[in-house]
Design a protein around this ligand. Structure first.
Ligand code: KPL
Length: 290
């Protein structure tokens, strides 16, 4: 059985490693760490598995299956660093938030089978080798290139782990709208997702952001429902969560704002849709100090 390589040892990388460890050998590709035997523990369930961490330049065999669990801004570079090791018919599964990274990888690796996943799983790291599964979610997966197919994916990903989507771009758009309405505001107001509904200024900003998002959706003729009710419902369901952007911000890490609001601004420019509120929150997040 071919091993499944995972790039990125963050929470999502650990979650997929745990999911697949009963059916495949898991090998993590790292920037520089080289450890032949590392135990990854899910603290919330007690589940664990043992894996290897290998730097990209030490891999000496063809890679047939790889999951890219990096931040959006690292995905393409990480894959380029292993391009010479990818088998011609390798499967590449992308787990990035937002939009833009998936399209760039699909165009740079168009002769491979590239898949994108939109996930509602909740997980966070507690140490280098342990993590917590905070909320069981769903994983919607679909094709980004012509070679990607449900049959191909089923050959190594158990069907219980995902829902196949014939049009993954619509699913990615829906998540993008929700993230654009929630994530920047949690950084600006320094709050949990649920609090955005009770802070009057945040609630007004969300409503204006969503008005602009809906105009963009109309201009692009995307068959998607109004974004405000979707975002409000996610705020209610994830009321106690701190968004991924808030967590990146408070820990002094680079945020994915360019791949969320930044992508919205790009699309508004192309379609001529005015988006002053999205522009304002983009600037505030980019300039915010943790
Ligand atoms: O996806 C999320 C994120 O934090 O990035 C939401 C839906 C906002 C949940 O926290």
């Amino acid at each position: 059985m071919n091993p499944v390589y995972i790039i990125g040892t963050g929470a999502m990388g650990c979650l997929w490693g745990q999911y697949l460890s009963s059916t495949s050998e898991i090998i993590y590709i790292t920037r520089d760490k080289h450890r032949p035997s590392t135990r990854i523990l899910c603290e919330s369930s007690g589940d664990h598995f043992t894996t290897q961490l290998i730097p990209a330049n030490v891999i000496d065999q063809g890679i047939q299956r790889v999951i890219v669990a990096t931040k959006a801004f690292d995905a393409l570079g990480a894959l380029e660093s292993i391009r010479h090791r990818l088998s011609e018919d390798a499967d590449i599964l992308l787990l990035q938030n937002g939009m833009g990274a998936q399209q760039r990888v699909a165009s740079a690796f168009s002769s491979h089978a590239v898949y994108a996943c939109s996930s509602t799983e909740g997980a966070y790291k507690t140490s280098e080798t342990s993590w917590i599964h905070a909320g069981k979610g769903e994983n919607q997966i679909g094709a980004m290139t012509a070679k990607a197919s449900l049959e191909g994916l089923r050959s190594w990903l158990p069907p219980s782990l995902f829902h196949w989507q014939d049009d993954i771009s619509l699913v990615l758009w829906r998540k993008l709208l929700v993230n654009a309405a929630i994530n920047p505001l949690t950084v600006i107001h320094q709050c949990q997702n649920g609090q955005l509904l009770s802070i009057p200024e945040a609630a007004q900003q969300m409503s204006r952001i969503c008005g602009e998002l809906d105009e963009l959706v109309n201009a692009l003729a995307l068959p998607l429902p109004p974004s405000l009710p979707m975002a409000q419902s996610v705020c209610e369901k994830t009321a106690k969560n701190f968004s991924s952007m808030y967590q990146d911000h408070v820990h002094g890490r680079r945020t994915e704002i360019e791949y969320i609001t930044g992508y919205v601004l790009q699309q508004c420019k192309v379609t001529g849709v005015a988006c002053p509120t999205n522009e304002a929150v983009y600037t505030k997040v980019v300039e915010a100090k943790s």
